[in-house]
Design a protein. Structure first.
Length: 346
């Protein structure tokens, strides 16, 4: 029997119902009984097919509700800023409590991207058009489209949504960092750790050589990792960095570590869960200068026009990240923009 998460009713809008969007929609539909899905895609015929797949793949949920009941919790919108009529009531996509932006330029295959700036330029027009239609939105935006920090900034600048209501779902490399770090630490005889114990291990930035793994917040058996000469070695850091750069969207799973699973969908689900429940997770949130990976969560605040959710950053976490580490990350973003400008593509 499936155990539902007993959370009050809420609505999630998903822009782009491809592999990630449909996986997250399926998870929400069969995990939260109060969740209603508002779906938008440029390819409406493909969207119908995806909805059929989401509904059909009910697993062990058959005894909980019928297919008709499942379909009643899904709305489709041709336009992000459009409305549909249900009885005598007008429903808007922008009434969603959370909106996930997982759309990308599907005309360009992933295999053609060699550098992060390639993906940014390919997706920039799509993100700009989405952002302009999000103007006036009052909820939280979760950005999945890469490069995350630049997509977050594009949405913030074009939509005028306050930056403390936009997050980049940057949990993928952090999950992999913890897995690789646990594997390396456990090679040293007297140390045995689990990935869950390494919850202060976070990667700043995104896929590729410009990622910055953060070590100095970690403690192993009560001792700072950076002070442990057996663990904190140049060779260990080099092996971990190579592993992270080599295969940034896969994670070894299974007892024997033999199975590779692509996990961007998992990171979106974890982040959305944390925002719904108030749990703290690594995500790209605005730190006053740019969007940078840090521990954050959603909190409710009173406003003159009602209660809204905003993203609260872990100030202690940000304060303890060194200026050098922050500068390395910001330089990687500036390098992308410089290359685009030189190529006349900015």
């Amino acid at each position: 029997m499936v155990e539902y998460k007993r959370i009050k009713d809420f609505e999630v809008g998903i822009i782009g119902v491809g592999g990630i969007g449909s996986t997250v929609a399926h998870y929400l539909l069969y995990t939260y009984p109060g969740a209603r899905l508002n779906l938008n895609s440029r390819d409406h015929s493909r969207l119908k097919v995806k909805i059929n797949e989401i509904i059909a793949n009910r697993g062990n949920c058959y005894n909980l509700f019928t297919e008709i009941e499942a379909r009643d919790r899904i709305r489709t919108f041709e336009n992000i800023d459009g409305k549909i009529t249900e009885g005598d009531i007008k429903k808007r996509f922008l009434d969603s409590d959370f909106i996930i932006v997982s759309a990308r330029n599907s005309a360009i295959p992933f295999s053609s991207f060699r550098e992060r700036e390639d993906e940014y330029y390919a997706n920039k027009k799509v993100i700009k058009e989405i952002a302009e239609r999000l103007e006036g939105y009052k909820g939280i935006v979760l950005v999945v489209t890469n490069p995350l920090e630049l997509s977050c900034e594009e949405i913030a600048n074009k939509s005028k949504i306050p930056k403390n209501r936009i997050v980049g779902v940057s949990y993928v490399d952090t999950l992999r960092f913890r897995r690789e770090l646990a594997r390396e630490i456990n090679k040293v005889g007297e140390y045995k750790v689990t990935e869950q114990e390494l919850n202060k291990a976070v990667v700043i930035g995104e896929h590729g050589p410009t990622m910055v793994p953060i070590y100095h917040l970690l403690k192993i058996k009560g001792k700072r990792f950076v002070d442990n000469t057996k663990l904190n070695t140049e060779s260990l850091r080099k092996r971990i960095k190579q592993a992270l750069v080599k295969d940034p969207t896969k994670l070894q799973t299974g007892e024997d570590g033999s199975k590779n699973v692509r996990i961007p969908s998992i990171s979106v689900i974890h982040t959305l869960d944390s925002l719904i429940t108030g749990e703290v997770l690594p995500m790209q949130a605005y730190d006053g200068d740019c969007f940078i990976t840090n521990l954050a969560r959603a909190i409710k605040v009173e406003q003159p026009d009602g209660v809204i959710n905003i993203i609260e950053r872990d100030k202690e976490f940000l304060d303890r990240i060194s200026k050098i580490e922050k500068r390395k990350y910001r330089q990687s973003k500036e390098e992308i923009l410089r290359k685009l400008e030189e190529a006349g593509l900015s």
